[in-house]
Ligand binder design. Structure first.
Ligand code: ACM
Length: 750
């Protein structure tokens, strides 16, 4: 230990000794300081500090425009010499790499860390205390370090392009919440966004599409805006962004997609495809058959691209995509079939693995490591690859079991392109339903992973795909609220959602005051509707502490809801609920309840709905409330992953039946297909069932297929239905090679 480090260490240790003796009161919950993500240890004496002005000395290696930006134009902050400063740094090599210690004393503030990142995080926490608590500052000692080393945020600039200034805003947001990896999704079917000097047509052709789909992919007929759209980042702009990120201790991971999502590159250089045809930059969303051909021209192209890319990105990772690569073109290609034989590969999945492994070898030879989406597991994992698990957690588990590093980013919790509220006036999104509390609850390490494999889970990441996000204000709307929850899921060792909420509100106000387009759904009502248990339907709501609900039925008198008991929905009607606290209100929640014979029945499902699409349990499909015409997420629709939707209703006594109707959701872009058939059966004993009616050939031109079966004259205590899953999605359709999803709501019996 040299004398400088010794002195620094001694100084920092002196601070620890002096402060660990003092604290009189512990405030583990970070209440009032409003720091997000919650620090791991907060000790407060409860006494205010005398400091009324932060006089900050920036040591030479800490000089950064970021810090001056961080504190903004706060009048109570000035930048001074070391002698005049009351905010000082201490180098403390024993602290963890990203850890820091922030001590606010009576008349001085000391931030200790082992390096630049920790120093920055200490400064960010101090800036947050200033912004969200203010003067007088409390005397406090914070000791903090992250739970996960990889805390990422992804941004798709392929579907929609965001300017250099907007990407920098994203990086500022990331730095404020201590994220440390920016996954920059730079190439897509709809646009190639990074300048590659050796291939000018990437800029001239691949960066622009002739028009863009209007509305949702599932809308029929599909319409286009007729406007040319595009853009790309020059080398200088990329360097500028990387430097900006580096100044915030954020590593930038460029993603160059291969072999799929390559249509824009093929439009510029058709020789990279397997077929002799004209390719076009894609104008709509989805997955496309036109992918890179694994020929020598392609490998040379991609190696040249990588050569330029690595001159721009100092970090160790290059993301090579690897997801959603249809194999049709390879199946049709004599060249690919020969290559499969020559290389002794099993099939086209083996060929994809050959592709990725060859590129990995090249990238490794340049001293870099690859990351790939979890499809890179299929056909054999490249030896040094890190796997990004997005189609759930299974890919991550499989990779960790093979001793590969993993970044968890399952769609269920990490996809910020999903809806975050059930409100019908939400901006158009791809689908799904991922709320702030759901993100907050996320644990990146799967329970089923053995203890000795857990070290391979490096951390997690939120993903923002931009099909439906045209402007940066849309990025703010989809990311800024849920990002706070994500930061805590990745950083904080002790999570507490109730304690998070006041901090979340304070931060929401902060961004709003800065003009950000914040989503705020805290008081939007999430109904818990109970049905299917042979009793009248009831409704209650999950609400943050202290919030109240007003409601009315059929525009009648408004009443305060008794939150101690669920409300019984005794008769059909139009109900209106609204919640709020301290004048801050959520969106009104309207509910049309239509009583039918099924609403008081008992239901048993043949197969369980997928966990993330299980509504409020099996009763959701007979509760008298129809799922949204537009979205399949939320608490009404039940989603079955590759399984039939079927069940038995017990009416309690033999009952006369007139009709039974079903609603199914169609969303082929999200792999949601209509059932092949629906059949209904009756029984008096619940054991022997007789088939009553069956329909095949279910079709619709809209998002909902409604089936109405006339069963007049039938009488039974039990009614069984089976909607048979579409099955394996065939080649040429969205989701080819995967099992179809089947969504149902509602089953109405009269
Ligand atoms: C992905 O969402 N296709 C990785």
């Amino acid at each position: 230990m040299n004398i400088r480090i010794f002195l620094m260490t001694w100084l920092a240790m002196t601070v620890i000794v002096s402060c660990t003796e003092k604290p009189k009161r512990l405030s583990e919950k970070n209440q009032g300081l409003n720091i997000i993500p919650a620090p791991n240890n907060v000790q407060s004496s409860g006494t205010p500090s005398d400091i009324s002005q932060l006089k900050i000395f920036l040591a030479v290696d800490m000089k950064s425009e970021y810090f001056t930006q961080l504190f903004g134009d706060n009048k109570n902050v000035s930048w001074v010499t070391q002698k005049e400063a009351n905010v000082q740094y201490r180098s403390f090599p024993e602290l963890e790499k990203e850890g820091y210690r922030l001590e606010i004393k009576k008349d001085s503030i000391i931030i200790s860390a082992s390096g630049k990142t920790g120093m920055q995080y200490g400064m960010v926490s101090l800036a947050q205390i200033l912004a969200h608590h203010g003067f007088p500052l409390p005397q406090v000692v914070i000791e903090d370090s992250p739970k996960f080393g990889y805390r990422g945020m992804h941004l798709d600039v392929g579907r929609h392009f965001f300017s250099v200034g907007e990407v920098k805003k994203y990086l500022d947001y990331m730095a404020y919440y201590k994220f440390n990896n920016f996954h920059w999704h730079l190439t897509e079917d709809q646009g190639w966004r990074i300048e590659i000097k050796k291939y000018p047509k990437l800029q001239e052709v691949a960066a622009y599409r002739k028009e863009t789909l209007i509305g949702h992919y599932n809308d029929e007929p599909q319409k286009y805006d007729g406007k040319r759209y595009g853009g790309f980042y020059t080398h200088e702009e990329v360097k500028d962004i990387v430097a900006y990120a580096t100044a915030r201790n954020i590593n930038v991971i460029p993603e160059i997609e291969m072999p799929g999502h390559a249509q824009a590159a093929l439009a510029a250089y058709p020789e990279l495809g397997c077929e002799n045809k004209k390719y076009e930059v894609a104008t709509k969303w989805g997955v496309f058959e036109d992918v890179f051909c694994p020929n020598e021209v392609t490998f040379k192209f991609l190696e040249d691209v990588i050569d330029e890319v690595i001159t721009l990105f100092p970090g160790k990772y290059i993301h090579i995509g690897g997801d959603e690569c249809p194999k049709e073109a390879w199946k049709r290609s004599a060249f690919c079939q020969q290559l499969i034989k020559k290389e002794n590969l099993k099939d086209e999945h083996g060929l994809q693995s050959y592709f990725i492994q060859r590129m990995e070898k090249y990238i490794n030879s340049k001293g870099k490591q690859i990351i790939g989406w979890d499809e890179i597991l299929e056909g054999g994992l490249a030896p040094n690859a890190t796997v990004m698990s997005w189609r759930g957690i299974e890919g991550g588990i499989a990779a960790a079991r093979q001793n590969h590093d993993v970044i968890m980013t399952p769609g269920t919790h990490c996809y910020f392109d999903h809806y975050q509220s059930e409100s019908p006036d939400e901006p158009l999104a791809i689908g799904g339903y991922t709320t702030v509390d759901k993100v907050y609850s996320w644990e990146p390490i799967p329970d089923s992973l053995a203890e000795d494999k857990r070290k391979y889970i490096l951390g997690g990441q939120s993903n923002l795909w931009s099909e439906y996000i045209k402007e940066y204000s849309g990025v703010e709307y989809m990311v800024y609220a849920r990002g706070m929850a994500m930061s805590e899921a990745l950083w904080s060792r002790k999570k507490d959602y109730a304690a998070f909420l006041p901090r979340y509100i304070s931060h929401n106000d902060y961004w709003k005051a800065k003009g950000a387009n914040m989503a705020f759904h805290l008081y939007d009502l999430k109904p818990v509707v109970k049905a299917g248990e042979g009793k009248p339907v009831t409704i209650s709501f999950v609400l943050p502490e202290g919030a109240e609900i007003q409601y009315s039925a059929d525009k009648g008198q408004t009443k305060k809801m008794d939150l101690t008991n669920p409300l019984v929905l005794a008769q059909s009607g139009n109900y209106n609920f609204v919640a709020g606290k301290n004048g801050r209100m959520g969106k009104p929640f309207n509910l049309l309840f239509e009583q039918h014979l099924g609403t008081t029945a008992t239901i048993t499902l043949e197969n369980e709905a997928a966990k993330q699409y299980s509504g409020n349990g099996p009763g959701s499909i007979i509760n008298g409330i129809k799922g949204s015409d537009e979205k399949y997420g939320g608490t009404e629709w039940l989603g079955f992953d590759g399984l039939d939707a079927g069940g038995v209703l017990d009416f309690g006594k033999s009952s006369e039946l007139n009709s039974i109707s079903f609603r199914f959701f169609k969303g082929e872009g999200q792999w949601i297909y209509l059932p092949k058939s629906v059949e209904v059966f009756t029984s008096e004993d619940g054991k022997t069932f007789t088939s009553l009616k069956k329909v095949n050939d279910i079709k619709t031109d809209s998002k909902i297929a409604g089936i109405n079966l006339d069963i007049k004259g039938a009488k039974a205590r039990y009614l069984k239905f089976v909607a048979s899953n579409y099955g394996m999605i065939p080649e040429g359709s969205q989701g080819a090679g995967h099992k179809a999803w089947l969504f149902v709501d509602e089953v109405v019996v009269n």
